[in-house]
Design a protein around this ligand. Structure first.
Ligand SMILES: [Zn+2]
Length: 271
């Protein structure tokens, strides 16, 4: 599943091809994604120029003078830049055809992704309005996390995966950041001291930055129609490593279920 670093890398790969381009056409092959793709998009977008490209949590925001196109990759979505004449595969549900002779194509086999349109301040869209701060921005800091967790008795891992607390920290990066910070995923969030909140904030930022850096090199083939513009396989500390030795101390990594999700941790390094 694409997480925040994949979406950020996608944005960086797309930006040079999209910024300033005008839309020649919009092709909707399969309107039934997670929500229906608006039928009137071709009429709204033809002739409009892409002014900015931004990310909020795991949403890509393409801003036009008359509104914002919101794109989410869901469970299995990917975006590529291809020549206009490239034949579509059965999972290629949506194209933005550009004046440059290229198109941006959404492939999404499981169709949990989304293509939506919003007029006005996109921060007020129902999917975005309740989001917490971006994990890589300055307003996500130790004091904020400490304040946000005082009344939360839930496990810290579930709290940092709550997009109302911080936007876009998924299961993999929550597990990895808690390892880096030496904090057990089951620990009650309210029990985290200010210094431990500081360690966790730093670990979340470092984990995400490292993944974005790794992704930059993986996505070299962004404009290649063969193969997927991969979600990068990384060298994890704990994620998916149940029973294997901890990379720091050699103790076997443990696996627990927390709120339907798998958590992995080192019983010695994380307290
Ligand atoms: Zn360990």
């Amino acid at each position: 599943m694409p997480e925040l670093p994949e979406v950020e890398t996608t944005l960086r790969g797309l930006a040079p091809h999209l910024l300033g381009q005008r839309i020649a056409d919009v092709v909707i092959r399969h309107p039934q994604l997670r929500w229906p793709v608006p039928k009137d998009l071709p009429g709204l977008l033809r002739g409009q120029a892409i002014r900015t490209l931004q990310r909020r949590a795991k949403y890509l925001l393409l801003k036009f003078d008359n509104g914002t196109l919101i794109v989410h990759l869901g469970m299995s979505g990917s975006l590529r830049i291809l020549p206009v004449a490239t034949p579509a595969d059965k999972h290629d549900h949506f194209d933005l055809v550009l004046d440059s002779g290229q198109l941006m194509r959404l492939r999404d086999p499981r169709r949990f992704g989304a293509v939506l349109w919003h007029v006005g301040d996109v921060a007020r869209h129902p999917l975005l309005a309740a989001l917490g701060p971006e994990p890589l921005e300055k307003d996500f800091d130790a004091a904020y996390l400490h304040r946000a967790t005082r009344k939360r008795s839930a496990a810290i891992k579930q709290v940092i995966m709550d997009s109302g607390v911080v936007a876009g920290v998924g299961n993999i990066y929550a597990s990895e950041a808690l390892f880096r910070a030496g904090i057990r995923p089951q620990l009650s969030a309210a029990k985290l001291s200010l210094p431990r909140c500081a360690a966790l904030v730093q670990a979340i930022k470092e984990t995400l930055r490292a993944a974005i850096k790794a992704g930059g090199s993986t996505l070299r083939d962004f404009t290649n129609s063969a193969g997927e513009p991969g979600y990068f396989q990384q060298h994890y500390f704990v994620y998916g490593r149940a029973g294997e030795p901890c990379r720091k101390c050699g103790t076997a990594i443990r696996h627990v279920r927390q709120g339907q999700r798998s958590s992995f941790y080192c019983p010695r390094c994380q307290r």
